[in-house]
Write a protein that binds this ligand. Sequence first.
Ligand code: ADP
Length: 482
Amino acid sequence: MGEKGRFSGVLFEYCMEGIIFFSEDGQILDANESARKSTGYFDELRMCNIADILPEIFYLNEGVLEKKKHLVPGEAFQSVAYCKNKLCFPIKIKILWETDDTIANTSRTGICIFVDISAQVAAKRRKEEADEVMEQANQLRDEFVANLTHELRTPVNGIWGLATDLKKSPLTQDQQEDVDIIMHCCNNMTAMIGNLLDFSKMEANKLQLEEREFSLKGLLDKILGVYRPQMSRKGLKLVVNIASDLPEKVIGDDLRLEQIFLNLLSNALKFTAEGYIALEVLITKRTEESIELFSRIIDTGLGISEDKLELLFQRFSQVDGSITRKHGGTGLGLSISKKLVTMMGGVIWVDSKLGKGSSFSFTVNLKTTTHRRKELGEMPVAQNNKAVREWLEPEEPQNGRPERFIKIMERLAISVEMENKEKAEAFAEQLKAMIPEEGKELWRAVLRVQMDMRKADYVRASEDMERLQELTELQECALLWE
Ligand code: ADP
């Protein structure tokens, strides 16, 4: 007899599971300690029928044991076990049948193995109750925030209206400045109220995008019209680089897109005391139906330390309490922007160095109008270029092949070195198309090189290229394709 055989008696008696053997007519033949104790029958258990313990599974029909449900031998399921005092407890159970061929007429012995799952069931119930309470509390909070923000708008609008009237009356220089401060405060309040309102909508999953036809250029002009005077008042230089090939009209939620721009630009303005703020807007992908708009807002302001970057897009997160007290804000703007960007099928990210400045980039997808779609009937510039096509042939871009990725990356590196914008554009596009969903960081690294090349900033492009190569090695690129 092996070790298993020698100890099987001890295992049966003292294991944590309850084990009951019963005959074909349900009579309990033997039960281990756990089964005897948990049912409260102790030694009397041997005088019971299995139908007394498991009435949800078995019943006796004129002395014959019948099943109430279909049983698959060895398959675990949930049920309840009844105790001597008629109380029951939840169990996870398996039922098996053993045939004893040594006995004439071949009789079968039923084996039931069960574990008491009262603790798990109680914990699950407690969690469900807690979730329900939390859900109610959240609902109340959302309603409260929605009402409060709504109520706050009225007095702020009142103050704004009175200040506007006051500004028109004859005032001394000092009084003029005071009224300007009042109006500035009103503006800040309105922005904060708007953020709180959006936040409550976002939490309640009620933030929705609308679709309208609008002029991208018109939108950008409007935004710049708001920020240009503010920046020059602060002595900051505004650098604008907007691609000339933006479609005349696009379809999307212009107000929400404006909100993303305003949030990033007002942060740049808020956290930059000297230097410049740059706004870059380009198209990074075109299909027949849509464009991918890429925008980057760079500032030479306070910057953000590396360990805080991760937190930035989380709600209520502000990098530094003292700065916030000085500049105001709710810590909601970036989380709302992130939500909006995601809803528009894009991504948002930040690069920053403490004391040097920040660069916030985002992409969004916008539909093109039918008129524009016709215009875009041709191939994208890069793919249309014969020289580039020749260099790429005979291989076709293909997903799932890291070695091809590395090869194209090498070609991108050469194009950067040779300062060949066209080829770099084509290879960057190919690389981006090969990167799976999970490789966002890699995708951004490629985009950076692409953007640098478009701006003919070759020094930066080769720095970013190095970073891209490091990242590819670091992430053991192959993993991305597994
Ligand atoms: P807030 O309304 O407080 O500005 P945001 O979500 O827009 O909320 O920003 C969160 C925090 O991120 C800010 O409080 C600030 O600490 C930091 N931050 C955002 N943009 C910049 C920037 N351009 N430069 C430096 N810090 C920034």
